[in-house]
Design a binder for this molecule. Sequence first.
Ligand SMILES: *Cc1c(COP(=O)(O)O)cnc(C)c1O
Length: 388
Amino acid sequence: MSAPDSARSLHFETTCVHTGVDKDPGFLSAITPIYPTSTFRWDDLIHNRGFDYTRSGNPTRRALEENIAALEGGIDCRATCTGMSAITSVMYLFAPGDHIIAPADIYGGTFRLFHNILEPMGYKFSFVDMIDAENVKRAVTPATKGIWIETPSNPLLRVTDIQAIVEIAKGCGATTIADNTFLSPYLQRPLDLGVDVVMHSTTKYLNGHSDVVGGAIITKHKPHAERVGYVVNALGTACSPFDAWLVLRGIKTLGPRMEAHQRGAQAVAEFLAQHPKVEKVYYPGLSDHPQHALAKRQQKGFGAMLSFDVKGTRADAERFLTGTKLAQLAESLGGVESLISYPETMSHASMTAEARRKAGISERTIRVSIGIEHPDDLIADFKQALER
Ligand SMILES: *Cc1c(COP(=O)(O)O)cnc(C)c1O
């Protein structure tokens, strides 16, 4: 049921290509087949072949789950239909009355779920600035049952010290959950740093081609694995066999894609940092980023998300955002094509203007998801958009 142990001795890139693949005993197809069936025949009243109904389990989805569990170093994984359904499902590790500490600059959709849906149901949340772990320590109460980690943060790429947060959680018996969407397991493995549960929006780097929405929950303790498996079946949040197949297909190139992504991000960040029309660049790979050393220590690379403030006014930001020819103005991230977005009216529109300013997001802040295009072409595109 869990990731095969043999996968552990393979290199990451090899695991991406091979784990969970041999799911066709009938014809030995080289690639995992899609099993688009809602139900499975039983041999008799007692025996089936391991699957009975696709909400509960499906061979294609199971292949993806084995693959992602191995990539994150967990004992089990459940693949869900969106990142948000992964978060919804994993929150059933807690109950009303429980207190959960979460980052103040958490992903907007997660904030909406926690604040607008779960808080009225009796869950308690403290949203704190996790850059200083002392803030987390101060927020702990006798009811604290969970600590949510998301690093680097969106959109300003602030880096949280995962091990420092894990220490605090151990001290108060809280379960740690890390949203690892921004880096993927190729660049950061929170379970190795002591985190209990990892979740992903597979919509982003794991699938990597902007053609599916999906999520995943990876566990490393048996009680968590059993509870999450039970909840995903009970809630009906599992993903379709076709979506599972697409994500499994995308993951095969995760390693080479991440290398190409961050090669471009580093080049673009360095170009922007020296451009006279740019005020400030937020990218952990720049040596003047406040958590550059921490990022270097806990990540295998700096990823491909970056933000920057243009000089001037909102109009200057708008001129850039509507002036690129390669980079597309769109939400989301993690695909092979570069996307630019405007947190003010897009990803962070659900925050009040005051909350955005407090978080450091201005009317001149632009977020970029660097794709795998050649860096020189991206730089030329950004240059003409800045200077037009
Ligand atoms: C996109 C995203 C989510 C939500 O995932 P969906 O697939 O859109 O439901 C959660 N966390 C982070 C960090 C994300 O970028």
